[in-house]
Design a protein around this ligand. Structure first.
Ligand code: SF4
Length: 352
């Protein structure tokens, strides 16, 4: 569905500048932005994919991944067309790089009702970049907060400053996905990102505004696996956000235009883990390696595993109701509460 966009500003020469991401495309009538879903039509700036979703699932929150926020909860997860980046390794490229809006329309009211009917505790805008359809998330927020649902984005963090203010108001949590250790060269070459600085500005702003933030870093073998860059990321997190923000190093699987690379060796991920721990981060994880011991949460005080996971499932819980370690009493910064339900029921599609 097409709506008039609230995230354009007219330029002195009669064109329109979009500020739904940090790319800042300037368009004249008839042109479409880099993401493929924002355009100027008949002199009006528009959003083309409002509420049209082609992926609608109920996922465990651990899949986002968010592991320090309402553990065990279910999230209605939706994705649509387009992206502000063009990652050559994208695993959802059929959505993100498609330039034709396809899917089923859900009004904000319908989406909230669907989340409630599905037994979800929250809604996640994910699978493709959600900042590019921020108007829809804002409209859902007005309804979802009254129903007690949380809202979360899985995002590249490439937001404009103005948009960051909206995000800080509407989001309860965000997973910000770095790629290739956020190396400037990697992002320019493989993701068409002109400048990574807005990512870090967004993370800092969201965190300082009280949004729960977890950071992932997709470790791409050979071209995006520098330990020195990983050290810089970990140091930046500690110095700017503190030592309690979770950092997940994710295993890369070959996809899209980068099928020529292997999966990330587990040892490379473990080396990244150790570098981040050396830099003083308390909660570092390895993702996409089910069964690895670094999927677990360890108590920073006594070192015992307080939350054991297998993939997206919690298989052991050793925290009390106040999130204190059962072994030593140390309080962990886990927000919300543990949601216990049948995990096998939560992992299904609502579209197909
Ligand atoms: S969201 Fe970003 S990529 Fe899309 S039109 Fe706006 S500035 Fe361009």
């Amino acid at each position: 569905m097409m709506i008039r966009s609230r995230y354009f500003r007219e330029t002195p020469d009669g064109r329109f500048r979009c500020f739904a991401c940090a790319r800042g495309c300037v368009m004249k009538d008839g042109q479409v932005g880099f993401c493929g879903v924002r355009a100027v039509k008949d002199g009006t700036p528009v959003l083309l994919n409002y509420g049209v979703f082609d992926a609608v699932h109920v996922d465990p929150i651990e899949k986002k991944p968010l592991v320090h926020f309402n553990p065990g909860s279910s999230v209605l997860s939706v994705g649509t067309t387009g992206c502000s980046w063009a990652c050559a390794f994208c695993q959802n490229y059929d959505l993100s790089q498609r330039r034709k809006v396809e899917g089923r329309y859900f009004s904000p009211e319908e989406l909230v009702q669907l989340a409630i009917r599905a037994g979800a505790e929250g809604i996640a805008f994910t699978y493709n970049e959600p900042t590019i359809y921020i108007e829809y998330a804002e409209d859902v927020y007005r309804l979802s907060r009254d129903q007690g649902l949380f809202l979360t984005f899985v995002t590249n963090g490439f937001a404009s400053e103005e948009e960051s203010r909206t995000l800080s108001r509407v989001l309860n949590a965000a997973t910000v996905d770095l790629k290739g250790n956020a190396s400037r060269e990697f992002l320019r070459k493989y993701s068409a990102v002109p400048d990574p600085e807005p990512i870090f500005r967004t993370i800092k702003y969201l965190h300082s505004s009280g949004v729960h933030v977890e950071i992932t870093d997709l470790v791409v073998p050979r071209v995006g696996d520098s330990l020195e860059e990983a050290r810089s990321v970990a140091r930046w997190i500690r110095e700017n956000l503190g030592d309690e923000v979770p950092l997940h190093f994710l295993r890369f699987h070959p996809d899209y235009k980068m099928n020529w690379l292997p999966v990330t060796p587990v040892k490379t991920l473990e080396d990244h883990y150790r570098v981040a721990k050396d830099e003083g981060l308390k909660y570092v994880y390895i993702g996409n390696v089910p069964g690895h011991p670094y999927e677990h949460t360890y108590c920073p005080s006594c070192g015992r595993p307080v939350i054991k996971r297998y993939g997206f499932d919690i298989i052991e819980w050793n925290l009390d109701d106040e999130m204190r370690c059962r072994f030593c009493g140390y309080r962990l910064p886990i927000k919300g509460k543990l949601h216990v339900k049948g995990f096998e029921d939560r992992f299904f599609s609502l579209l197909y």
